[in-house]
Design a protein around this ligand. Structure first.
Ligand SMILES: [Zn+2]
Length: 214
């Protein structure tokens, strides 16, 4: 009997390690005080009509930073207030992928982050260091890291159904997830480019995730 129980236990450990693989990222959290929570409350009430400090992830949105290094982007996201917007909530994303494919997590992944107009209430953001001068220069290591991270997130949060690039924000309205209460609040985006999204789509579509034509 003891032997059978041990065998079952070992099988369960094996199963759970398959479903929840080891975390593929390193934590490097940005500043988070009660003040960030206040700024999030203000932002989410104004733009989504609800207070939303915690999200139920339904989409993953992929970005490029267009500037800087991992360190300088992290320093920019670290602050709670946006420097040029009179102290309103700063931009951030849940993850940043460096050019060598190292994945950094900036906050618990269901925390609210301001990274894409209309979808922050339900989307996890992945920033990729690169896209300088609008060039599609993201690396193969970044592509592999994004595939790994999205697979990990999809296994952990089966509520995730969509993966799209920031530049696909209009096409993604077909998901029904878009909410924006402020009229004309919109920004044209080109990140992370169709080449990167084609790469992600070809490796992830078979996982049952929905993509939009790159
Ligand atoms: Zn973006």
């Amino acid at each position: 009997m003891k032997k059978i129980l041990l065998t079952i236990c070992a099988a369960m450990i094996l199963l759970s390690s398959t479903v929840y693989a080891e975390e593929p990222f390193i934590d490097k959290f940005i500043l988070w005080t009660a003040h960030r929570d206040e700024l999030i409350d203000e932002y989410t009430l104004k733009h989504y009509g609800m207070i939303c400090r915690e999200i139920t992830p339904q989409a993953v949105v992929v970005h490029w930073t267009a500037f800087g290094t991992l360190e300088s982007v992290w320093k920019y996201f670290y602050a709670e207030e946006m420097p040029d917007d009179e102290g309103r909530l700063n931009v951030a994303s849940q993850f940043i992928v460096d050019r060598d494919g190292t994945i950094w997590r900036l906050m618990p992944e269901t925390n609210f982050a301001r990274h894409i107009i209309g979808y922050n209430h339900c989307a996890i953001g992945i920033e990729n260091v690169g896209g300088y001068d609008g060039r599609e220069d993201l690396t193969e290591a970044q592509l592999a890291a994004n595939v790994l991270l999205i697979k990990y997130l999809h296994a952990k949060y089966p509520t995730i159904k969509y993966v799209f690039g920031h530049y696909q924000q209009d096409a993604a309205r077909a998901s029904g997830l878009y909410i924006e209460l402020v009229p004309d609040y919109y920004a044209i985006k080109i990140d992370p480019g169709p080449k990167f999204m084609r790469g992600l789509q070809s490796q992830l579509e078979k996982d049952g995730l929905i993509f939009y034509d790159p």
